[in-house]
Design a protein around this ligand. Sequence first.
Ligand SMILES: [Zn+2]
Ligand SMILES: [Zn+2]
Length: 179
Amino acid sequence: MTLEFFIYVAIALVTVAAMEVFAWSMHKFVMHGRSGWSWHKSHHEETEGFFEKNDLYALVFSLIAIALFFVGQALSPVILAIAWGVTLYGLLYFIVHDGLVHQRWPFNYVPHRGYAKRLVQAHRLHHAVEGRGHCVSFGFLYAPPISKLKEELRRSGVLDRERIERSVTEQGSAHAPVR
Ligand SMILES: [Zn+2]
Ligand SMILES: [Zn+2]
């Protein structure tokens, strides 16, 4: 293990953190924006079958990650480290979002404590609101405290207290808002 190796690991880890900021802003401003909603809408509604139009975002980002591997291989180990960071973020995103929250995998595991529980509840609250406006919690690996999100929803007046509570405790249908 050389010092260089640890520098590349550090670059990959910084990339993971930067990806969360990037994904948060993509989700908030593009996917919930006027232009990006046409793909993302499918993720906020009930859809037939396993795939939804929103999966195209994951496809696009996977292609970018693959391209980064090729470019990195040819040009620079720094770009290669960034490619690893993007890939690691994709994997963590899949585990938390598609796995733990939306149960798109064969495991029936729902975390009942700690930060993993908070991540799942925060994303359920993201899905509690119908439509693209007034949603809360746009991150995937970072979730604000649940009490803060509930307060935000109550203040915006889109959901009543009872529905907010139901959203965090009940496992709704995979992609639809909790009713
Ligand atoms: Zn969304
Ligand atoms: Zn979701």
